[in-house]
Design a protein around this ligand. Structure first.
Ligand SMILES: NC(=O)C1=CN([C@@H]2O[C@H](COP(=O)(O)OP(=O)(O)OC[C@H]3O[C@@H](n4cnc5c(N)ncnc54)[C@H](OP(=O)(O)O)[C@@H]3O)[C@@H](O)[C@H]2O)C=CC1
Ligand SMILES: O=C(CO)COP(=O)(O)O
Length: 336
């Protein structure tokens, strides 16, 4: 690429994370962003007023970088070399259903999604790679402890760009680095993607514990035990020497487990306080990915025969209406 050529990037999704990614990428004058926003009225609002009306609405959208906002997926994909997916996992299949392999030809795909594709038991990168006939080496994920709300405030944040192909992670990490974001390349694509999914379930567990009246002492032990659980499952699925103290595993778990911005923790807190799943979901304007992930990870851990008492407990509370207090009494006994 010569120095005047732009990096054409499609960003798919119009929630908080897609908006934050658009903001980060817009800091780089070498990029041209084509933004897919599913609702045509929202797209029109962004084109006219340069703000997403529904999420991170204080963020100003820079027209010099965001050159195209559209509800047509084929239109947005056509010019792009990179495609960033930031749609909650439960809706990815439906959202991409208007496209075929020909729309994705030669693209490099970066997933910002932290969830499993329902019923498929596949990570988002695996599903996209299979569905649109892309090599796994052309896939990457954006991970790390980073809440969209803090990106809106330009608070110093760290991201990990993981791919089987280090050249891709390095190139995209450069595009995602700016004054308030340091993005680093990494090679454990599937380990990072699985951990990012599991930490959302653990955050729900932390929220439930808080809602039930447990304190910080209990939560610290819950998180430490949960980290071992995550390691046992990921090592069974993708055996590899990995230090879970890396920012993209432990850091991501900590921010979601403890942050005031965490959707999953907020959702869990309501469950612990006695809300039904339906009423807690209705209270939330945003998506708690851990709700869907609890089912996917339950099925995957059963398949691999790995005992995950904390994540399993969350699954039983959310999907089998098991009483939270009873499940947490058992978890309390089993932890050390
Ligand atoms: N928020 C964050 O800080 C971070 C989020 N992530 C991940 O990013 C992904 C996206 O989450 P996030 O941006 O937070 O989500 P939000 O809760 O902010 O937004 C929800 C998004 O889901 C869309 N949506 C709702 N229902 C449907 C549907 N039926 N079909 C298609 N789309 C639908 C909404 O579209 P509409 O507005 O049109 O209804 C909206 O764009 C998740 O996997 C999350 O884990 C990762 C890192 C940080
Ligand atoms: O996946 C996310 C951030 O990593 C979003 O979930 P939380 O808002 O629960 O942290």
């Amino acid at each position: 690429m010569n120095s005047t050529q732009k990096q054409e990037i499609a960003v798919l999704g119009s929630g908080s994370w897609a908006t934050a990614i658009v903001k980060i990428l817009s800091e780089n004058e070498q990029v041209a962003i084509h933004w897919w926003v599913r609702n045509p009225e929202t797209a029109e609002h962004i084109r006219t007023y340069r703000h997403n009306p529904n999420y991170l609405s204080d963020v100003e959208i820079n027209p010099a970088r965001v050159v195209h906002v559209s509800s047509s997926l084929p239109e947005v994909l056509a010019p792009a070399r990179w495609v960033v997916v930031a749609i909650p996992a439960a809706f990815v299949k439906e959202a991409l259903s208007s496209t075929t392999a020909k729309h994705w030809l030669s693209k490099k795909v970066v997933s910002g999604v932290k969830g499993v594709i329902p019923e498929e038991h596949l990570l988002v990168t695996q599903w996209i790679s299979r569905e649109f006939e892309l090599a796994e080496e052309n896939m990457a994920v954006i991970a790390g402890p980073c809440h969209a709300e803090e990106i809106a405030l330009e608070r110093q944040s760290y991201l990990t760009i993981a791919s089987l192909n280090l050249a891709i992670s390095e190139e995209f990490a450069r595009l995602m680095s700016c004054r308030y974001v340091k993005a680093s390349p990494f090679d454990d694509l599937y380990g990072v993607e699985y951990c990012a999914i599991m930490k959302n379930i653990i955050a729900i567990a932390c929220g439930i514990a808080h809602g039930l009246g447990f304190g910080d002492n209990f939560q610290a032990v819950l998180v430490a035990n949960a980290l071992r659980e995550m390691k046992a499952l990921i090592d069974a699925i993708y055996p590899l020497h990995r230090e879970l103290t890396h920012t993209s595993y432990l850091g991501d778990l900590l921010v979601t487990a403890y942050s005031q911005f965490s959707r999953n923790r907020t959702f869990g807190n309501m469950i612990g306080r006695g809300y039904s799943v339906k009423s807690a979901q209705m209270e939330m304007k945003m998506i708690a990915e851990g709700y869907y992930a609890a089912k996917g990870i339950h099925e995957i851990s059963c398949h691999y025969g790995v005992h995950c008492p904390i994540m399993e407990g969350v699954y039983r509370i959310l999907y089998e209406a098991a009483p939270a207090k009873k499940i947490f009494d058992k978890i309390r006994e089993s932890m050390y």
